[in-house]
Design a protein around this ligand. Structure first.
Ligand code: PLP
Length: 349
């Protein structure tokens, strides 16, 4: 049977998403979802949805969304592409900008673990750049690739690189730079201006985190019109369904609400980081909605398992660079208190 399956697909393990439990109730701090509901304008739109409109295909170009996104970032709608989550945009970047058979893809190791999976699917050669001991980066001499995924801020470390370094990199790197800003609303600064000014830089964003809309699957890219148009040509025709287009537009139109929940999460993040430092965890400075921590006197794998037994999910990435750490999504204040109390109990055992 396997003869019918492409060799490269037979060989890949596929992406392993964070656990989405069914039935049992867990405190879920494992997939960087937002603990707060989306904007009230989303509920208003949902209550008015007309089921009969679902007979019709959605707008293939998501004009309403693209206009709104262009308005937010001060660019033309031709510089915007919407995706079925920003994951779809990342996949389109490889398919549009990496030549089959000879193209190469760069990214930092560790960074978003989906990049190598997308490369394997497209049979693109990977050129990962290992981060240093403190997860900082230095590019190897004469480094080149067809595209480079710059996760900004980085995941799973939560660390934000200096923007001047990113700008310098974009100016000298010979291929397309895709700045993956999935978490940027939780950071002090963003790099959107680079995508608006440079002809080989794309920024990707998502509504999954700061807008609390992981369930509708909506992300977008902003960049030079020719690159955006190349991705538009190869995307699924109706990649953003009608309901997502309406809900996404409502959420994007309420920037104040997004800023408000982001600020709450940032305050909880700093409070949780302090509590964990008091418990002698090594906690990296975070510009995201999660913390990257190294536990004291207990292995990360054991703490991960013990928390799971206590119905608290966090994210553990086995492996040489990541296996001593846990990634903890910032939940509500009550969730983080329950998390911290449970951790304290486990490490005292
Ligand atoms: C760095 C990074 N980029 C992109 C994504 C994908 O987000 P989306 O839900 O928009 O597909 C994630 C999701 O966790 C992420 O961590």
């Amino acid at each position: 049977m396997s003869d019918y399956i492409r060799k490269s697909i037979r060989q890949i393990a596929g992406y392993v998403p964070g656990e989405q439990p069914h039935g049992e109730s867990f405190i879920k701090l494992n997939t960087n979802e937002n603990p707060y509901p989306p904007s009230p304008s989303v509920s208003r739109v949902m209550s008015k949805l007309d089921p009969s409109s679902l007979r019709l295909y959605p707008d293939p170009a998501s004009h309403g969304l693209c206009d709104a996104i262009a308005g937010i970032h001060g660019c033309n709608p031709e510089q915007v592409l919407t995706g079925n989550g920003s994951d779809e945009i990342l996949s389109l970047c490889i398919r549009a900008f990496v030549e089959r058979g000879s193209g190469t893809v760069g990214y930092f190791d560790p960074s978003y673990s989906l990049y190598p999976v997308l490369c394997a699917i497209e049979e693109a050669e990977t050129l990962p750049v290992a981060l240093g001991p403190e997860f900082e980066w230095t590019m190897p001499d004469s480094y080149a690739a067809s595209i480079f995924f710059m996760t900004y801020p980085n995941a799973p470390t939560g660390i934000q690189y200096r923007k001047s370094l990113v700008r310098d990199f974009c100016e000298t790197f010979p291929g397309v730079v895709v700045i993956d800003e999935a978490y940027v609303d939780f950071a002090a600064e963003d790099a959107m201006e680079l995508a608006l000014a440079m002809d080989r830089v794309i920024v990707t964003r998502t509504l999954s985190k700061s807008y609390s809309l992981a369930g509708i699957r909506l992300g977008y890219a902003v960049g030079p019109a020719p690159l955006i148009n190349a991705m538009y040509k190869i995307k699924d025709i109706y990649n953003i369904n009608r309901i997502t287009q309406e809900i996404g537009l409502a959420a994007l139109s309420d920037q104040d609400y997004m800023r408000d929940i982001v600020n709450r999460i940032k305050a909880t993040r700093e409070r949780t980081a302090n509590i964990m430092r008091e418990m002698e965890f090594m906690v990296y400075p975070s510009d995201t909605n999660f913390l990257w921590v190294k536990p004291p006197r207990i292995s990360a794998a054991t703490l991960f398992e013990s928390l799971r037994e206590e119905k608290i999910l966090v994210r553990y990435f086995p492996g040489k660079r990541t296996g001593n750490f846990l990634r903890i999504t910032i939940g509500s204040d009550d969730e983080m208190d329950a998390f911290a109390n449970t951790v304290e109990r486990i490490i005292k055992r």
